[in-house]
Design a protein around this ligand. Sequence first.
Ligand code: GCO
Ligand code: MG
Length: 420
Amino acid sequence: MTDRSLGAAAVARPWSHANPIVDAQVIVTCPGRNFVTLKITTADGTHGLGDATLNGREMAVVAYLTEHIIPTLIGRDAQKIEDTWQYLYRGAYWRGGPVGMTAIAAVDVALWDIKAKMAGMPLYQLLGGACRDGVTVYGHANGDTIEETVQEALKYRDMGYRAIRLQCGVPGLPSTYGVSRDKLFYEPAQTGLPVENQWSTPDYMRTVPQLFAAAREAFGWDVELLHDVHHRLTPIEAGRLGKDLEPYRPFWLEDATPAEDQAAFRTIRQHTTTPLAVGEIFSSIWSCKTLIEEGLIDYIRATVVHAGGISHLRRIALLADLHQVRTGCHGATDLSPVTMAAALHFGLSIPNFGIQEYMRHTDETDAVFPHAYGFQDGMLHPGEAAGLGVDIDETLAERYPYRRAYLPINRLRDGAMFNW
Ligand code: GCO
Ligand code: MG
């Protein structure tokens, strides 16, 4: 038997320091919102965590991990991160997709956590060491009206944020993406059947430039301003919005049009110099290869949790670096503190880091996932604990059982389904 046989004890070789995986558990908890966490334990007693949360489709990843991945992990050397990644990606035959890649990401991050703990160093050191003092983040200001949004943004500036995302209500639409009642935590997933929003492109297109004009009036130029279109424009509409926003110099316009067709971004590029960011729903490098190689975007938002973990995100970032594209990883509240920590170690250690999204978690979530990272002067730092610097309080997690929740959907005024 060789150490490639699943479940078999590794053959002792003088140069081998195998640390076999002896246990892997999936923990589902809902401290206000659902999180799926993979906990891998090795023979030497080290454990590592990986986030496996896919908002609104959580249990699909739980089943993928429990039924299809975990049986293949037991006995495998936890130190073979790349080999395990290739085994899970190539070995499934059915490559890619959000469910499979989120499951692979959870394994990958847990193994990086274990390796860094075994090395006795914070993960960013293992990834090559810090390239900067900290990870600059952007916060979320939103309101029903332009005035309210600007007031909220001023609060973020006073908290020390150097970059702020602006989202506001659209007159005539009862609700819209990005605007929440609770101003500190934005949580779109709801229990019960999906909430229905209504959409009007012309009303939205008129509102956003007014919002940016008011914000520049209030802030001047010392804060970066961002906006998320959330996939709701056609390429030519996105080109127009980008052009209308140019006088206010946004840091980026995010998800300006759905990116299944990467070539669609050529149209936007022809019409505006507003920087473009895309990729929070991407599962792999194949979703952004053309976007990066043709220079159609400025920031790639693929994340550790949904794009195959640190091992795969590293490939994406390397390709992006060749084409002067920087990272701007997704960091909404549906990405657990485990992903936030992984993103910070990653962002600290790569040369082409751009910015990191930071939507604060609630106190309940932070209590379930005690962590070493912290915010200061507009930046997050992952801290100096060995590994990721995040743990899970399993007893507390048990107190918050899973609750089925869905993201909203969006319809046009005539009732037709649209992109949310
Ligand atoms: C963002 C995202 C989120 C997503 C959410 C879906 O830019 O942070 O667009 O708000 O909608 O993560 O689960
Ligand atoms: Mg977004």
